[in-house]
Design a protein. Structure first.
Ligand SMILES: Cc1cc2nc3c(=O)[nH]c(=O)nc-3n(C[C@H](O)[C@H](O)[C@H](O)COP(=O)(O)OP(=O)(O)OC[C@H]3O[C@@H](n4cnc5c(N)ncnc54)[C@H](O)[C@@H]3O)c2cc1C
Length: 304
C-alpha cells in the first residue's frame, strides 16, 4: 500500500515524473534489471522535498540513481522508490576564478567538455567516465590514482528531514571509490576548483585518455565498467586474466576479452548471470592469489 499511496500522492501533484513499475534495465548502462516499484524524477528542490516527505510518511525506502553506470539491479527489481534528479539539478555555473558549481544530476561528460572549452584543467582524468556528477562524487570516480576529489572544493547534500548541509572537501575522507559522505544523504551540488591551463594540452590529454580507453575497454558493449576494485597496487584485471577467465561465460554475461575486469552483457544477460560470473571470479582469484576481491559495482534489489 505504501508505494501505491505514495504514487497517488505524488503523481500530478509535484513537478516530477512519477512512474510505477519502471524497468530499471532502461536506466542502467548494463541494460539489466527488473522494475522499480516507483520511480520519481523531481525537477525542482521543492518536488524533491515533497517526494521525501511522502516516502517517509508511507514508509517507502528509496535510493538515488544517477545514470546507473555503476549499478547492477536484480532481476526482480527494487521494491522501493528510485529517485533520479531532474532538470533543476542539471545546471552548471562557471565563475571567473575557475570554480564551477554543478548540479549533481548533470552529466559528467558535459562538465569535462565545457571545462576543456574554457581551457580549465583538473577534470582530464574523468574523461570517458560515464554518469552524473553526483554519481562521480559518491563513487569518488577517476582512475586508479587520480580521483575527482582532487578538484572538489565543497559538496552540498540534502539530509532528509533536516535540510541542506555543506561539506568542505577537507572535511570529507576520500578514498579509492569511497567517501565519508553519509549514504542517507543526497548529493545536490558540487563546487569544483579548476585551474587555468593550456587548451591544446588539455584537449590532447583528454583525447589520449579516450584513445587508451577505446583500445583497452570493450566499448559499445553494455557493462558497468570495472566490476571489482583493484586490491592495493595490484591489477585485478591481470589476476582475472591469470586465472584464465577471459571469455568465461554464464548465460549472457561474459568476462570481456579486452579487459578482464569488465563483465559484459553479451545480449540478454540476467543479473543472476552477472552474479554467477562475479562469484566464480571471486573464488578463482581467492584460490590462486589469496585475495578477497571487493566489488566496485553497487548492487540494488538483492536484499531479502
Ligand atoms: C564503460 C564504463 C567505464 C567506466 N569507467 C570508469 C572509470 O574510469 N572510473 C570510474 O571511477 N568509474 C568508471 N565507471 C563507473 C561509473 O561510470 C562511475 O562510477 C560513475 O561515477 C557513476 O555515476 P552514475 O551517475 O552512473 O551513478 P550510478 O551508477 O547511478 O550510482 C552509483 C552510486 O552513486 C550513488 N549516487 C548517484 N547519484 C547520487 C547523488 N546525487 N547523491 C548520492 N548518491 C548518489 C548511487 O546511489 C550509487 O550508490 C565506468 C562505467 C562504465 C559503464
Amino acid at each position: 500500500m505504501g508505494v501505491y499511496n505514495a504514487y497517488m500522492s505524488l503523481s500530478g501533484a509535484i513537478e516530477a515524473d512519477v512512474v510505477r513499475n519502471e524497468r530499471l534495465s532502461r536506466r542502467t548502462t548494463y541494460r539489466i534489471g527488473g522494475p522499480a516499484a516507483l520511480l520519481v524524477c523531481p525537477h525542482t528542490y521543492e518536488a524533491l522535498l515533497k517526494t521525501l516527505e511522502v516516502l517517509r510518511e508511507e514508509r517507502v525506502e528509496w535510493v538515488i540513481l544517477g545514470r546507473g553506470s555503476n549499478v547492477l539491479v536484480s532481476d526482480r527489481g527494487y521494491g522501493g522508490c528510485v529517485i533520479v534528479l531532474g532538470r533543476e539539478f542539471s545546471r552548471m555555473n562557471f565563475a571567473d576564478d575557475g570554480t564551477v558549481c554543478v548540479g549533481a544530476g548533470m552529466a559528467l561528460i558535459k562538465v569535462v567538455t565545457e571545462a576543456m572549452r574554457r581551457s580549465l584543467s583538473g577534470l582530464e582524468p574523468l574523461a570517458g567516465v560515464p554518469g552524473t556528477v553526483g554519481g562521480a562524487i559518491s563513487m569518488n570516480a577517476g582512475t586508479r590514482h587520480e580521483w575527482i576529489s582532487e578538484v572538489v572544493q565543497d559538496v552540498v547534500c540534502l539530509r532528509p528531514g533536516m535540510g541542506l548541509v555543506r561539506y568542505p572537501a577537507s572535511q570529507v575522507e576520500w578514498g579509492y571509490r569511497t567517501t565519508s559522505l553519509p549514504t542517507n544523504e543526497i548529493i545536490l551540488e558540487v563546487t569544483l576548483a579548476l585551474k587555468p591551463g593550456d587548451h591544446a594540452k588539455i584537449s590532447a590529454d583528454i583525447e589520449e585518455r579516450i584513445r587508451r580507453r577505446r583500445s583497452t575497454q570493450p566499448m559499445g558493449k553494455p557493462s558497468c565498467g570495472s566490476v571489482f576494485k583493484n586490491p592495493g597496487d595490484r591489477s585485478v584485471a591481470l589476476m582475472i586474466e591469470g586465472c584464465g577467465l577471459k571469455g568465461y561465460r554464464q548465460g549472457g554475461a561474459v568476462v570481456s576479452g579486452t579487459h578482464a575486469n569488465f563483465i559484459i552483457n553479451d545480449g540478454g544477460a540476467s543479473a543472476n548471470d552477472v552474479i554467477a560470473v562475479m562469484t566464480h571470479i571471486h573464488s578463482c582469484v581467492q584460490e590462486k592469489y589469496g585475495v578477497d576481491l571487493q566489488p566496485e559495482v553497487k548492487l540494488l534489489g538483492f536484499g531479502a
